[in-house]
Design a protein around this ligand. Structure first.
Ligand code: PMP
Length: 371
């Protein structure tokens, strides 16, 4: 068997000093059964505001019903999925489980989601940057692309344990081809985990990288209910990965990561009826995204609107300060990208309702007239 045909073993990526680390044995993980639970120092009577008594007890750390529903939604086995407090927590868990503080590094591809570097810095882990390539072709829908050759070179040259890829990218909106992700993961094999953050996956035409994990177990995928499922306030995120790695992450997680009302709400949000509503909402965002893209592209105030596979548009302006000020004056708050590397003239605008998008278009067209 050639070396490249040997499957990656992601357990070799886990910090050696965590070998045998059992984590906290919470009162809900013990394999015990009974009808009188006196093992977690919970109150014997409910809080006065808790009319059905649902909150008296600690929640299940990995609620089985929610995990099964999420696994069904993302097309994976339940033992390959860990649910947690948003994908933000998943990013942090991955860094803590794989990277030795002061020794290992993560690789990020700016401009990208900021939490990868924040979690790494907080953990004492170095951050190596391999910038995305901004392929400008006004006549063709090309945007930011990952420099896969440079990522592979940097990840094999240094102590990189995790490569964070964001697809569709925040704030770029561009999705990465699955073949390139798989080839990168194969090249990094037992050296690094390739984490594909698919927070905006529902808005993209590119399929999920979760289907690659069977062949290439050093790939992990992040998903969330915060965007397309409209549940940002419930904080429900998932990691999909090799089952052994999921078991390690579980041991690194806080004892009871999800509040009971959020678990219940998330389960209800994954009924067939609720999912049909979510799908309709996504279709509406996609239609509005195209309309907003066309309107902003036509505006003389705009230098460039990037193609987007997500629920936002990255827009470069001729006068970015004036654009930001005009939008704010109209009461519209967008994400300021002006401090991000290579995006000094850019704002990121979330696709809103038809009325909200019309207000954005009007504000920017007014700007055009005053220039
Ligand atoms: N990944 C990306 C790319 C994001 O843009 C965000 C939220 N802005 C997150 C992860 C975090 O999402 P969650 O609400 O699941 O923590």
């Amino acid at each position: 068997m050639s070396a490249s045909a040997v499957k990656a073993d992601p357990m070799r990526l886990v910090r050696e000093d965590l070998a045998g680390f059992a984590g906290y044995a919470s009162a809900r993980t013990a394999a015990l059964d009974g009808d009188t639970w006196l093992n977690a120092n919970e109150s014997p009577s409910p809080n006065a505001a808790d009319t059905d008594g649902a909150l008296r007890r600690y929640p299940d750390p990995q609620p089985g019903a929610l995990r099964t529903l999420l696994a069904g939604l993302y097309g994976c086995d339940a033992d390959r999925l860990l649910v947690g407090r948003g994908s933000d927590e998943a990013i942090d868990l991955l860094v803590r489980a794989l990277c030795r503080p002061g020794a290992d590094a993560v690789l990020v591809t700016p401009p990208t989601f900021g939490m990868y570097a924040v979690s790494a810095r907080l953990h004492g882990t170095a951050v190596i940057e391999v910038p995305l390539l901004d392929n400008e072709a006004p006549d063709r829908p090309i945007g930011f692309e990952a420099d896969f050759a440079a990522i592979e070179r940097a990840a094999t040259a240094g102590p990189v344990k995790i490569v964070f890829l964001c697809s569709p990218g925040n704030p770029t909106g561009s999705a990465l081809p699955l073949e390139r992700i798989e080839t990168l993961a194969r090249a990094l094999q037992d050296r690094a985990l390739v984490v594909v953050d698919e927070a905006y996956g529902e808005f993209s035409e590119v399929a999920s990288a979760a289907s690659l994990i069977d062949r290439q177990p050093n790939i992990a995928v992040l998903r969330t209910l915060s965007k397309a499922h409209a549940l940002a306030g419930a904080r429900i995120g998932s990691v999909i990965a090799d089952a052994g790695l999921i078991a390690v992450l579980r041991r690194c997680q806080a004892p009871y990561p999800l509040p009971t009302p959020c678990i219940d709400f998330a389960c209800r949000s994954l009924s067939a009826e609720a999912i049909a509503r979510t799908d309709a909402g996504v279709a509406q965002v996609l239609a509005e995204r195209e309309r907003l893209h066309a309107a902003l592209t036509d505006s003389a105030a705009v230098r460039r609107v990037y193609p987007s596979q997500a629920n936002f548009l990255l827009v470069r302006f001729h006068e970015p300060d004036a654009a930001m000020a005009r939008l704010l004056a109209a009461g519209i708050v967008v994400r300021d990208q002006r401090a991000a590397s290579g995006l000094g003239d850019a704002l990121r605008i979330t696709v809103g309702t038809r009325d909200q998008n019309n207000r954005v278009i009007d504000a920017i067209n007014t700007l055009e007239r005053t220039q």
